[in-house]
Design a protein around this ligand. Structure first.
Ligand SMILES: Cc1cc2nc3c(=O)[nH]c(=O)nc-3n(C[C@H](O)[C@H](O)[C@H](O)COP(=O)(O)O)c2cc1C
Length: 347
């Protein structure tokens, strides 16, 4: 039986533990480029002992950014900074994935002339610009942009790519009947709504080696009874798996504005259901704030890997400093070795 600090293997991925830093926008980029801030941020989590770092939503095209401060990978020049993060994290024993994204109707770049792209002309809310319905040519271009960005991610030597299919961004907008009312082959029945995802997976696989892991993030609950239900997500994930996706990363919400009732582990049952019914490796999380909670999830086979987002923002060294709580003996980075034993002197 594996625990949180046991290895996880999938294709080229050999994770030293099952703790994942999920993708989290830092909104610190300029023109899509990495800077020192990103390098320090990700390197700190690598030193802190995270097994898998998933670098934040990175736009495949300029107009696909959520905000102007997002990272991007639409230009060869953007490879270098990302590569430096990958290299350093590898030297600390962490694996690194990159989340590739297009914001669709949730793109807010502050310009009123360029309407964001979306499957249908339905705005996310009245606070957002009404999107333009995508033509078949727009769809082909975006599929191509994912492929080009994946090629660049390979040049940067990422261990895995995560396709962002969650949180109401473009792919999620196509998947959901709440945001996709198209009547062509990209809308209507679920098989059609997931066509763009299949095309993106196939395009990425043309450039992404078959021995490198491919991951997909989904929002497995739309918190709306007219939206996709869990069994729809089992079908989506099973199709993605048959196309070559190796791991799914389970989140929820974001496709329509809904108030979500959150509590510790509020998305774990979604991950567990998808793992059982799609027989695919899953990453679960959502208000998981301790290694004890995460260890329980892994040992009871509710998920293969566990992400801790905000907790690792607060506490980047938690994988090192809390390992004893689950009786794991781990190696610390050599320069920190002498701080491993805590002696308390009462002041
Ligand atoms: C500041 C911030 C930025 C985020 N950015 C992204 C992102 O780029 N991509 C993504 O899929 N999820 C993003 N998320 C969601 C997180 O990956 C994670 O799913 C969420 O925070 C719940 O996990 P937690 O309770 O462990 O923080 C973001 C969350 C936060 C707090």
């Amino acid at each position: 039986m594996s625990g949180l600090y046991d290895e996880f293997k999938m294709k080229n991925l050999k994770l030293k533990n099952r703790i994942v830093l999920p993708p989290m926008c830092t909104n610190m980029a300029n023109n899509g480029f990495i800077n020192d801030w990103h390098f320090v941020h990700y390197s700190t989590r690598a030193i802190g002992g995270v097994g898998l770092i998933i670098v934040e939503a990175t736009a495949v095209s300029e107009e696909g950014r959520i905000t102007k401060d997002d990272l991007g990978l639409w230009d060869d020049e953007q490879i270098k900074g990302l590569k430096k993060i990958v290299e350093f994290s590898h030297s600390e024993g962490a694996s690194v994935a990159l989340q590739l994204a297009h914001a669709g109707r949730k793109s807010d770049l502050g310009s009123l002339e360029n309407r964001p792209l979306a499957p249908s002309e339905i705005g996310f809310s009245s606070d957002y610009i009404l999107p333009r319905k995508m033509s078949k040519e727009d769809i082909s271009e975006i599929v191509e942009n994912f492929k080009r960005a994946a090629k660049r991610a390979l040049e940067a030597n990422f261990d895995a790519i995560e396709i962002h299919g969650a949180h109401g961004y473009l792919i999620n907008q196509f998947l959901s009947p709440l945001s996709n009312t198209r009547t062509d082959k990209y809308g209507g029945i679920l098989k059609n709504r997931l066509r763009i995802l299949v095309e993106i997976v196939r395009a990425i696989k043309e450039v992404w080696p078959s021995d490198r892991a491919l991951m997909l993030r989904i929002s497995a609950d739309e918190y709306d009874e007219l939206g996709n239900n869990l069994d729809d997500f089992v079908e989506i994930v099973s199709t993605a798996k048959s196309e070559g996706v190796d791991i799914v990363d389970i989140s929820t919400g974001g496709v329509v504005p809904k108030k979500i009732m959150t509590y510790p582990g509020y998305q774990i049952s979604h991950a567990e259901y998808i793992k059982q019914n799609s027989e695919i490796s899953v990453i679960a999380g959502g208000l998981v704030t301790s290694v004890l909670m995460a260890d329980e999830i892994v040992r009871n086979r509710r998920a293969d890997l566990v992400y801790m987002g905000r907790e690792l923002l607060r506490n980047p060294y938690m994988p090192l400093t809390h390992s004893k709580k689950v009786f794991a003996e781990i190696k610390w980075p050599t320069p920190y070795e002498r701080s491993k034993v805590v002696r308390k002197f009462g002041f």
